[in-house]
Design a binder for this molecule. Structure first.
Ligand code: NAD
Ligand code: TYD
Length: 364
């Protein structure tokens, strides 16, 4: 997290702050001990987890600056009063899993588009108060978006002004959310900034995404369901780097601008799987080739020079970050085992039962 002795915004509303990246942002900002106060608004969906905040809640000085409100960003009656107290809002809240968006697109529209709209409207009310002298300064609005809005990039690297060509219900909803945010900058002069981050990995990641799913399955000697040929490419970004970049853009980004947050660590899924099996000392025979994801994006890659020119660089080398992440899952089973029980079984069956039944041994 970027260190600033005097933060520009003292009271932050962090929506989705109990999720994977949002909770890292919250933990890191509070750990700076610079007086920043954080209110989290989180619906605690299957992906939200209060345990992600445990390190901050266990520290009395940090806990005194943290408040968790359980509620929906799409509920104006909850959002309005919280926005009135905020100097800035960082919107992490989203339905975030492509595979779930294929099974149930509607939840994605509700949160990733309509929820953003409710937040923007509340922000507009506060901006109007600032214009009429009823509060000092309008809140800044940071929308956390994703590289997936560019769609599959066969060659080269996406730049911020490239066309958006999202191809899944998830990425389409995220594109809708960020376009709406941008329109509030253009139309209502709100102080909006947008980040588009790469595939993020690290501790506290819900175990349905590739890296935590495969690490936790491998620990239990269960099959690793690799979609299609496994040669899809992703650009991997360590979670603390992603959270740090968001904090950096919040402080330094120009209103109306969008910034790619690239990990500059492009790997095939096969490469990632091979590294994690080796670290865990588990055999490749656990890997099963299963039916591919419909509309599967082949590759994401972004040009990160705009944010680098502003002064941000990521710190964590991929191999080191992946090793630390694998070790964290091995050492923190009390965090993920409860998640992989109860409702998990129904999701896992729906997503993988047929796939695994028709799977074949994955060639090396
Ligand atoms: P996550 O699924 O782990 O967390 C999302 C959080 O939002 C959860 O705590 C959930 O309870 C909360 N939430 C969901 N719907 C809500 C609602 N209607 N109201 C209030 N809270 C709600 O997601 P993540 O991986 O931490 O991603 C955070 C943000 O970053 C998302 O906007 C995502 O699109 C974006 N992003 C993620 C990645 C990635 O690889 N994980 C990469 C780029 C961008
Ligand atoms: P994921 O973590 O879902 O992120 P995204 O689809 O948003 O990039 O998946 C990362 C890659 O791993 C993607 O190419 C799909 C692939 N994948 C599998 O091969 N098997 C799986 O069980 C999962 C969850 C993902």
């Amino acid at each position: 997290m970027t260190q600033t002795s005097t933060p520009r915004f003292r009271r932050l509303l962090v929506t989705g702050g109990a999720g994977f990246i949002g909770s890292c942002f919250v933990r890191d900002v509070l750990a700076r001990r610079d007086g920043t106060q954080i209110t989290i608004l989180d619906k605690l969906t299957y992906a939200g987890n209060r345990a992600n905040l445990a390190p901050a809640e266990a520290d009395p000085e940090q806990a005194a600056r943290l408040r968790l409100v359980i509620g929906d960003i799409a509920d104006p009656s909850v959002v309005g009063p919280l926005m009135a107290e905020a100097d800035a809002v960082v919107n992490f809240a989203a339905e975030s899993h492509v595979d779930r968006s294929i099974l149930d697109p509607e939840a994605f529209l509700r949160t990733d588009v309509l929820g953003v709209h409710v937040l923007l409207e509340a922000c507009r009310v506060e901006a109007e108060k600032a214009r009429t002298g009823k509060r000092s300064g309008a809140p800044r609005f940071l929308q956390v978006s994703t590289d997936e809005v560019y769609g599959s990039v066969e060659t080269g690297e996406s730049r911020e002004d490239d066309r958006l060509e999202p191809r899944s219900p998830y990425s389409s909803a995220k594109a809708g959310g960020e376009l709406l945010a941008r329109s509030y900058f253009v139309t209502y002069d709100l102080d909006v900034v947008i980040t588009r981050g790469s595939n993020t990995y690290g501790p506290y990641h819900h175990p349905e995404k590739l890296i935590p799913l495969f690490v936790t399955n491998a620990i239990d000697d269960e099959s690793l369901p690799l979609y299609g040929d496994g040669l899809q490419r992703r650009d991997w970004l360590y979670v603390a780097d992603h959270a740090g970049a968001i904090g950096f853009v919040l402080e330094n980004g120009a209103a109306g601008e969008t910034y790619n947050v690239s990990g500059a660590n492009e790997r095939t899924n096969r490469d990632v799987v091979a590294v994690l099996l080796e670290r865990l000392g588990k055999p490749w025979s656990l890997v099963r080739t299963v039916q591919d994801r419909p509309g599967h994006d082949r590759r994401y890659a972004m040009d990160g020079s705009k944010l680098r020119a502003l002064g941000w660089t990521n710190r964590m080398p991929f191999e080191e970050g992946l090793a630390a992440t694998i070790d964290w899952y091995r050492d923190n089973q009390e965090w993920w085992r409860p998640i992989k029980s109860g409702e998990w079984d129904a999701y896992y069956r729906r997503q993988y039962e047929t796939r695994l039944a028709g799977s074949t041994e994955a060639e090396r």
